[in-house]
Design a protein around this ligand. Structure first.
Ligand code: GLU
Length: 903
């Protein structure tokens, strides 16, 4: 074991030592805006090289700088300062003006310059490599598209002069006899293109090639829609490679045919994103939203640029590459720059990147690349083919869209295959003594819903049970679960507790939600707190008890002092003697204490104040005790009868903070996805916990999670959807929903993208909602069937329990300890008394004590003789009364007072 640990430590220390020994390779990126997507991706790419595929000898360090778009001086200063601090490659910038000056410095210093931009003036430069598709090859795709679409005439709507260079090939196909190519420029100053578009409309043109940046593309298209050139007869080719980042939803249904191209390899991007995601998660971060949603082509190229550089550097690891600093003011240059750029351009360095195959021709251009041809359909952007500079256009699918069905009879007598997955109470297997077959085998809310919808739209259905509990998500670029089956046309509809998520929406269509819910926590009901022994103290805080003790002592002392001062409290002890020798005061200190405690405990005492002042103190004291005792009694009743409960957490935040209760969710379900994608810190923390303990806390199905919550031997909370929680707590009274809803979403019926009868199904759901049938179905499956309503009676009979010994045990304890103390005091009093007597009469303490005890042991008689030793001066006294003297006994009220005549 020791050897093993030592070996691990050795390995670890040697690997960190190796890391430290690695040579640093500094690379610099120039960007026009801080923290742009390209800059973030640049940094991420460097991190991924270092952590996922590290080089044996080198470690990359990313430096970034901001340069203004058209400030060449600033750009040159920045490049020089980066080179002087050791940068061995410059990436970017994106604008032509600044890029040229960067290029000339890199050329003179033999430092590789790597670009990822559309360059109209692309030339062969010694130290430049540009990952953007070569302009000569790129323009041809649009020529092929125009030919494929058989456009005889068209209008090019372009943004700037660069566009025309890009579309140069397209302009060349203009032949006066065959067709017309019209060219119209957008006015970027005004942002209002309606006039121009209206003019094009007036010309009767129906085919358009739109060449503008993705930033304004949406505005152009929406204004085209406004002027009325987005209808059935209109056709568009969009040249922007960022078409996939633009929201095309408003143009999906208008009938216009919109075609575009895409360079980013979607599969590669999805799998890379999964890698980044898990790497970022391990580093305690989450993927920035803008990377996920709008991954631009320039970002993909920047990522590939870093990969290209690192691959070339890796190939040179065997050589002695000296990473020097290059000074712009000297004639020095970097000796390895040329080799590095050659290796990058070498065909052996080609690799599959985010922008497809990254490969350069003998001139150093990226002339071999593949573009996806996309079409905007009612289901979103769909790939219909691809294009390659050598192979040309290859259209594999012609999407002839079915118009959305509006006729209620569309589905009449059709049989739909409905995919189902077993989850209570949506889909369940019927319990029956007879052997069931076909649709009869299943029952539940979802089954009834399909039945009702079938009755409205007159369709038949066949239920097919899905093989597992995976409802659908993208894994390694592939759809899985029920959504996959739908996409593969294995079923027409899918129904269960299938949550509509953005991800699923991208792969399938959904009806309007038939149920709304949110994520919440299923947990055991709060336990009754164990009664406290001293719960009788609870009505007052310790502060109040402390104050009461102080005022009790204070008032007693005050009475004692006032009693001594006040002349009316000094009274004649023997009323029959008119002029007594001495007066007596009843407010001795013990009596004062006894008087106040007597009234505080509502018992009174035989002591009564006589003077106005002492009576006033007594009155005020009684008023005080009245209020305090009433308050105590009222509060005590509440404290003893109200049930106090404890729970280790009260909402999701406290659940995340505590460490006792484990928690989890359904693996790869919508709840899991919610935590995965949340940007909220608490949810991120919870997701990290769930991911770190995945094997232990995540469940394959809701039922497994529910069973774990029910298990008495386990402390487990399950994050699940509120509708399912409601079903469970309706039947298992010791379980409850803790906290509110974390989000709001709905269940829908899934179908293939572009399904023409989606609207019909949605209308059917709406009809069922409006007629109250959906509510009735909820009542049936939640509150009635299969043990529903089991917890209703329990809730009604919630009468207060009788108080147990645990509730009032403390009072008994006080009584017991008080009396025990009193018993001890009695013994002490006896001992003190015997001690005093013996001292006074010079007697033996033992004898005297034994005599007293003997008397006590007799246990009868209410009189006690006063025993007194014979003293010399008493010799004249009678022999018979020598030892004892009789005690005078006075009867006083209902007690006896013994008076010691010697005292
Ligand atoms: N309804 C969820 C889904 O559609 C499954 C349950 C959950 O994740 O809580 O994936």
């Amino acid at each position: 074991m020791l050897v093993f640990t030592a070996a691990i430590l050795l390995c670890l220390s040697s690997s960190t030592a190796r890391e430290q020994r690695k040579e640093s390779v500094h690379i610099a990126g120039l960007f026009h805006t801080s923290n742009s997507q390209e800059e973030q991706v640049f940094r991420l790419a460097v991190e991924m090289v270092n952590s996922v595929s590290p080089m044996r000898r080198y470690k990359l360090f990313a430096h970034t700088g901001k340069v203004a778009e058209n400030d060449s001086f600033d750009a040159s200063q920045r490049v020089c300062s980066m080179l002087s601090t050791g940068a061995v490659a410059i990436f970017g910038p994106m604008s032509g003006e600044t890029s040229n000056i960067v290029q000339s410095i890199c050329d003179s210093k033999d430092v590789p310059h790597i670009e990822a931009r559309w360059d109209v003036n692309q030339h062969r430069e010694a130290f430049l490599v540009n990952l953007y598709p070569y302009k000569g090859a790129f323009g041809k795709v649009f020529v092929d598209l125009v030919r494929y679409l058989e456009w005889k005439r068209f209008t090019i709507i372009y943004e700037d002069a660069n566009s025309l260079v890009r579309l140069n090939e397209l302009l060349k196909i203009y032949e006066p006899k065959k067709g017309t190519v019209t060219v119209r420029q957008l006015d970027r100053e005004s942002n209002n293109y309606r006039e121009l578009l209206y003019g094009i409309k007036k010309s009767g043109e129906v085919n358009y090639v739109v060449d503008c940046s993705a930033d304004i593309l949406y505005d152009v298209l929406i204004q085209a829609q406004q002027v009325g050139i987005m209808a059935d007869q209109h056709n568009y080719i969009i040249t922007s490679l960022d078409l996939h980042t633009v929201d095309m939803e408003p143009f999906q249904y208008g009938g216009a045919k919109i075609t575009g191209v895409n360079l980013v390899d979607k599969m590669e991007l999805t799998s890379k994103m999964a890698d980044w995601d898990s790497w970022l998660l391990r580093a305690g971060q989450s993927m920035p939203g803008y990377i996920v949603d709008n991954f631009k082509v320039t970002s993909a190229l920047m990522y590939d640029a870093v990969q290209l550089f690192s691959r070339a550097l890796r190939r040179m690891e065997g050589l002695e590459v000296n990473m020097g600093r290059v000074d712009c003011d000297s004639y020095s240059s970097w000796m390895h720059g040329a080799s590095l750029i050659n290796v990058m351009k070498d065909s052996d360095s080609s690799f599959k990147g985010l922008s497809g195959l990254v490969q350069f021709d003998h001139e150093g251009y990226r002339s071999s690349f593949k573009l996806d041809v996309l079409k905007v359909t009612s289901g979103g952007l769909r790939q219909i083919g691809d294009w390659h500079p050598n192979e040309g256009l290859n259209i594999s699918t012609t999407i002839e869209e079915e118009p959305l069905a509006t006729d209620e009879n569309t589905l009449r007598n059709k049989t739909l295959v409905v995919l189902i997955s077993l989850t209570k109470p949506y889909i369940m297997t019927k319990i029956s003594k007879d052997a069931l077959s076909g649709n009869d085998r299943y029952e539940g809310f979802g089954i009834d819903l399909i039945k009702e919808m079938g009755a409205i739209l007159y369709f038949n259905y066949t239920f097919v049970l899905h093989k597992d509990s995976n409802y659908g998500s993208i894994k390694n670029g592939e759809w899985t679960g029920m959504i996959r089956e739908i996409r593969d046309s294995k079923a027409d509809l899918a129904i269960t507790d299938l949550t509509i998520t953005a991800e699923r929406e991208s792969g399938a269509d959904f009806t309007m939600p038939f149920m709304n819910l949110g994520i919440s926590i299923l947990y055991k009901k709060p336990q009754k707190a164990a009664p406290e022994l001293f719960s009788f103290m609870a009505p007052f805080s310790m502060g109040v008890w402390g104050c009461m003790l102080s005022v009790y002592v204070g008032t007693s002392v005050l009475l004692f002092v006032m009693g001594r001062i006040c002349p009316y409290e000094w009274t004649n002890p023997y009323p029959c003697i008119e002029e007594p020798d001495e007066l007596e005061n009843q407010f001795s200190l013990p009596n004062s204490l006894w008087f106040t405690i007597g009234s505080l405990l509502q018992q009174g005492s035989e002591i009564a104040p006589m003077a106005v002042s002492t009576r006033m103190v007594a009155g005020i004291w009684w008023f005080f005790t009245l209020i305090m005792v009433s308050s105590y009694t009222a509060n005590l009743a509440a404290f003893l009868t109200v049930e106090t409960t404890t729970s280790p957490f009260t909402d999701v935040k406290t659940l995340a903070e505590q460490k006792i209760v484990k928690y989890g969710a359904k693996r790869n379900g919508a709840t899991y996805l919610f935590f995965k994608e949340s940007t909220n810190q608490v949810y991120q923390k919870m997701f990290k916990y769930m991911l770190d303990n995945e094997e232990d806390v995540m469940s394959e199905t809701n039922e497994i999670g529910e069973d774990r919550v029910k298990n008495k031997d386990e402390d487990y909370a399950f994050l699940m959807e509120s509708s399912s929680i409601d079903y469970i707590v309706e039947r298992h009274c010791h379980l409850t929903r803790v906290g509110g809803l974390l989000d709001n979403k709905g269940y829908g019926i899934a179908m293939r993208k572009g399904t023409p009868y989606r609207n019909l199904l949605t209308t059917a759901v709406l009809k069922l909602q409006e007629s109250g049938k959906l509510t009735a179905l909820v009542d049936k499956w939640w509150k009635q069937e299969r043990g529903g309503g089991a917890c209703k009676d329990k809730a009604a009979s919630n009468s207060p329990d009788a108080l147990g010994l645990q509730n009032v045990g403390g009072v008994f304890l006080v009584l017991g300890s008080g009396t025990a103390l009193a018993a001890i005091l009695t013994v002490l009093e006896l001992l003190v008394h015997v001690h005093k007597t013996c001292k006074k009469d010079n007697l033996s303490f033992r004898e005297e004590l034994l005599a007293e005890l003997r008397f006590v042991m007799r246990c009868h008689g209410s009189t006690k003789p006063v025993r007194r030793r014979h003293k010399p001066e008493d010799d004249h006294k009678d022999e018979a009364t020598d030892d004892i003297d009789f005690i005078a006994m006075n009867s006083y009220q209902n007690g006896f007072q013994f008076k010691d005549p010697l005292s």
